[in-house]
Design a protein around this ligand. Structure first.
Ligand SMILES: Cc1cc2nc3c(=O)[nH]c(=O)nc-3n(C[C@H](O)[C@H](O)[C@H](O)COP(=O)(O)O)c2cc1C
Length: 353
């Protein structure tokens, strides 16, 4: 996510902010652990699955076919510290066929040379399916032609727009300007050459907001709910000690619609776009629950960052674990495919979130 350039050296402050974001996102206290709502969802065990484990397929049909519903959620772009991380993520995603989001491309709008990052990444991972990324508060001020340039430079298969009102408010350099957001999304969906996905960044979507997004031409909404990485907490830690923003951030540490609540709302509505899930997805069982609640794709950010920083092997191991857990959950609910799980919906809510 992005913010206004300030202080003496904008590029230095940009690099520092991005480093802060990565360092602070890795701290456990900046994750709303146990709040995603997945604990309240129980998948119904099938003692007689009548299928063989080898018959279980994780393949999904989204705007294109993917061998797995998991994707790496948008994280980093446009800064030195992120290049190596994106390369590791892209190589692993190419190998596994996972979809991958890059972080906000805002820098590229004012510094076209920033697109070099994608040239070198594409050399190493020519076939990975990448999604571009831009903040809604930037989109409002940017023409579709310029967004199309971001898409083209990345050879992106989709464009993600992130909306992050809480973060923009609490961020010391934030740009809390969202007037005209719906209209900007609608124009983008009409004019861009690739599907558009709208996502939150860890605060989720309420029922009313999901309803307001019907009719805009979105391909999907990734609820990115409360229960994982929390940007109110992260920005609170970046704010100067004793400042208004630092103090206010404490009052917003539990702010947001949980991932499960957002999915439950979406599940009970008729929407003209697909629902994707992210925000606090930490295991393949969480992923299975999200899919059973109707999600088409399931994204993870922090766990993938953590594994990528350990290296390519650790990352691939993490991806394999997530897929094995999901496959086991499909098997043990008697579903040979992700589509079957989404249709059968073998879940009950054990308790209120
Ligand atoms: C280090 C880091 C940087 C992020 N930067 C972006 C970004 O640039 N654009 C965006 O849409 N989301 C961004 N996110 C949010 C994630 O895509 C995701 O919505 C959120 O972290 C919740 O997922 P998680 O609980 O699995 O981390 C970032 C997350 C992390 C951890």
């Amino acid at each position: 996510m992005e913010d206004a350039e300030t202080t003496v050296s904008p590029s230095l402050s940009f690099e520092r902010r991005k480093k802060d974001h990565i360092d602070l996102a890795l701290k456990q206290e900046n994750e709303a652990l146990g709040q995603s709502g997945f604990h309240s969802i129980h998948l119904l065990h099938e003692a007689l699955p009548e299928i063989d484990f080898d018959d279980v397929s994780l393949g999904v049909l989204s705007f294109q076919r993917f061998p797995s519903p998991f994707f790496v959620s948008s994280m980093t772009a446009g800064h030195k510290g992120g290049v190596a991380i994106n390369e590791v993520l892209a190589m692993a995603c190419e190998k596994k066929g996972w979809l991958m989001g890059v972080g906000s491309q805002r820098k590229q709008l004012s510094v076209p040379e920033a697109a070099k990052e994608w040239k070198s990444l594409r050399k190493k991972s020519p076939h990975v399916s990448l999604m571009g990324n831009i903040g809604l508060s930037q989109l409002i001020q940017t023409s579709t032609k310029e967004i199309q340039r971001l898409v083209d430079s990345l050879e992106a298969v989709a464009m993600v727009v992130h909306t992050n009102p809480l973060q923009e408010c609490l961020q010391p350099e934030g740009t809390p300007h969202f007037k005209g957001g719906l209209k900007a999304i609608e124009s983008l969906c009409k004019e861009l050459s690739v599907p558009v996905i709208l996502k939150e960044t860890g605060c989720g979507f309420s029922r009313k907001t999901l309803e307001r997004l019907n009719g805009l031409g979105l391909y999907a909404v990734d609820v990115s709910g409360y229960g994982g990485t929390h940007w109110g907490r992260i920005e609170g830690q970046r704010a100067p000690l004793g400042s208004l923003k630092e103090q206010a951030a404490l009052s917003f540490a539990q702010w947001g619609e949980s991932t499960v609540q957002s999915l439950l709302e979406a599940n009970s509505l008729t929407l003209d776009y697909a629902i994707w899930a992210s925000g606090g997805i930490r295991t393949g069982v969480d992923g299975a629950k999200a899919l059973a609640l109707g999600a088409e794709m399931v994204g993870l950010a922090k766990p993938m960052l953590q594994a990528a920083l350990e290296g390519p092997e650790a990352l691939l191991k993490k991806m394999e674990l997530l897929e094995y857990e999901l496959k086991t959950a499909l098997f043990c609910t008697g579903c040979e495919s992700v589509q079957k799980l989404r249709e059968k919906q073998p879940w009950v809510q054990k308790q209120k979130i």
